[in-house]
Each structure stands twice: as structure tokens, then as C-alpha cells.
Design a binder for this molecule. Structure first.
Ligand code: ZN
Length: 329
């Protein structure tokens, strides 16, 4: 099996967005350490909209200079050392700004679909170029901010024009709708890889785009009770390394604690506990691709240990890979 450890590289978007050091730089340096010690490489989906905003505002606010330079240096390092650096678009940066003290994050237009066609095309074009200017490498893979990439028909044309040909935003049976979020993967194909064209959850043989979905997992409410309780009992091991708060998702936490829910296989926090179980199931189902999602900001000391253990345990039998290796130009 090919296993992809994919990380959405970003700060928080809630009331407290956290610091670049704790949400991004430090946890990513830990990931780099694990990659080096295990001889593996990961896929980083970089929130380039944030970096472009840093670049814009650092001229007026010199205190941002340090954040900007450190992030650019780290992203470039990731690209130079064989990690995949790919496109993660959070278009709400278009409406957000720095006020001299903190980022004022406006999520009224959270999804690309909240913008008109011309704006979508301009955002995707600028963001892709911005990222490629940092790494000097072509990007071709995409993960939507908050998994919101529907309706894909709004993205199809510009993605095709720019050669963005691989997506990894779908997780089967995932579904959530709120004022900001909207994704519905309940009818996604029961596959670990498929082609598509206008609709990201509709398989089309010979379609231009390839979907490599994030591997799905079904969690019991008990699991999340354990997760939240451990965070209280042993914060040193179980609290996220990032120092911010997530954007509100009304009803989401309650749903996790009261119902069985469909989630992506994740290395974030206590979710990392289930990596081996998820891999065993995918093997029984004879799948060829396992995609694990994570966020540097949401990793904990426990999850970093679990990730390292998971890689060491499985790297002989399986192939930890990147999209650049699996989908060469
Ligand atoms: Zn994101």
C-alpha cells in the first residue's frame, strides 16, 4: 500500500488565531525530525493565502517580517528536501487583514464557491504562482480549505488550465453544512482512487482529474469523550501544540460526542491512536492508497510519537510516498 501523510500547513481561523511559531514552525520542525529519522517524506498542503497576506502586510508592520521570513524559509526547505509542497486554498484571506496586533479573520466568504468566477480564477492563479515562487517547483495537487470544493464545476476550468490535476479533499460519507462550511461526500465512490471531471464525487473514467480521497473512518462517540478527557487529564501529551482556536462549527462537537460520525483518518491529537487500526482495515479491503490528514497546529506530543511509531512499524511492508512520486508530470 502507498501511504501519504498529508499536513494542512496553517494557523487557526477562530477568535484566537495563535502564533506562527506554535501553530506552524515548531510542529513542522518536529515532522521534519520524524521524516529524517525514518527516511520518509510527507505531503504539505500550504495555506499560501496566509503567506501572501503576510507578504502584503509586512511592509506596513515590520513585526510580521520575522513570521514571513521563517515561513518562507521552512516551506522552501520542505520543497528542497523532497517533501511535497502543494496547494491549500483558504480564500477568506482575501477579506482578512492585520490590524497591528492580530489578524482580523473574516470568514464570510470561506469557500471558493462564495466568490464569482472571475475572482475564483484570479485567486487560484495568484495562490498557485505565489507558492511556486517560493519553492521553485510546479504544484499540481490540491486540498480545499475546510474540504469545501463543491460545486467543483466552479473550479474545473481554471484547475484544468493551470494543470491542477490531483485532488485530495474528499472523505467518503463526510457531510457538514453550516454558515461557512459546506461539503457533502455521502455519495462519493467507495474507492481509494478515481478519475472525475465536473463533479468531485462522481467517477468518470478517463476524466482529467484524479481524486485520492482522504481515507475514511467511523468513530464512536466514546472515542471523542476519551479524546477530550485525555486533553484535560494529561495536557502535556495530549493538548494540541498550536496555541489558537478553530473556527466555530456549530453543532459539530455535540455531534461527535453523541453520535457515530464519519471522519477522515487523521494524525491530529488522539486520532493518531487509530492509524494502525485504519491501515489494517484498508489492507483487509485490499486498497492501494491510504491518505492520512493532519495539521501541524493540531498535533500533540502523543500524536507525534504515534506517527513515528506508525511509520517505523510499517515502512518495510508499505511505501510512504508523496503525490509527486505517485503522479509524475
Ligand atoms: Zn485548512
Amino acid at each position: 500500500m502507498k501511504i501519504y501523510i498529508t499536513l494542512d500547513y496553517e494557523i487557526y481561523f477562530g477568535a484566537n488565531h495563535g502564533t506562527v511559531e506554535k501553530c506552524i514552525l515548531y510542529p513542522t520542525s518536529e515532522l521534519i525530525r520524524i521524516a529524517e529519522s525514518t527516511g520518509t517524506r510527507f505531503v504539505f498542503f500550504v495555506d499560501i493565502g496566509f503567506i501572501l497576506k503576510l507578504d502584503e502586510f509586512r511592509k506596513k508592520f515590520p513585526q510580521l517580517e520575522k513570521d514571513y521570513e521563517a515561513i518562507v524559509e521552512q516551506v522552501k526547505y520542505l520543497g528542497d528536501t523532497g517533501h511535497d509542497v502543494q496547494l491549500h486554498i483558504h480564500p477568506h484571506w482575501e477579506d482578512s487583514y492585520y490590524n497591528g496586533t492580530c489578524w482580523i479573520i473574516d470568514v464570510k466568504r470561506y469557500k471558493l464557491a462564495d466568490f464569482d468566477d472571475e475572482q475564483v480564477s484570479s485567486i487560484v492563479r495568484r495562490y498557485k504562482k505565489g507558492l511556486e515562487d517560493i519553492t521553485g517547483k510546479a504544484t499540481f495537487a490540491f486540498r480545499a480549505g475546510g474540504w469545501c470544493l463543491q460545486p467543483f464545476s466552479k473550479l474545473e476550468k481554471i484547475f484544468r488550465e493551470l494543470g491542477i490535476r490531483v485532488d485530495s479533499s474528499v472523505f467518503r460519507n463526510g457531510y457538514f453544512a453550516s454558515e461557512q462550511y459546506s461539503y457533502d461526500f455521502r455519495n462519493a465512490p467507495d474507492k481509494d482512487i478515481y478519475r472525475f471531471e465536473r463533479d468531485v464525487i462522481l467517477e468518470k473514467k478517463d476524466g482529467y482529474f484524479t481524486e485520492v480521497p482522504i481515507s475514511p473512518i467511523r468513530n464512536s462517540p466514546l472515542f471523542f469523550w476519551k479524546l477530550f478527557l485525555l486533553g484535560r487529564k494529561d495536557p502535556y501529551m495530549h493538548k494540541p501544540l498550536g496555541d489558537g482556536q478553530a473556527m466555530p462549527a456549530p453543532g459539530y462537537r455535540k455531534k461527535l460526542l453523541t453520535k457515530f460520525t464519519n471522519n477522515p483518518v487523521s494524525v491530529d491529537g488522539y486520532n493518531s491512536q487509530l492509524l494502525q487500526k485504519a491501515l489494517n482495515r484498508l489492507q483487509r479491503e485490499k486498497r492501494g492508497h491510504m491518505v492520512v490528514i493532519g495539521h501541524p497546529k493540531a498535533l500533540s506530543r502523543h500524536s507525534l510519537n504515534k506517527l513515528e511509531e506508525f511509520i517505523k512499524e510499517n515502512k518495510e511492508q508499505h511505501q510512504f510516498s508523496t503525490f509527486a512520486k505517485t503522479f509524475p508530470a
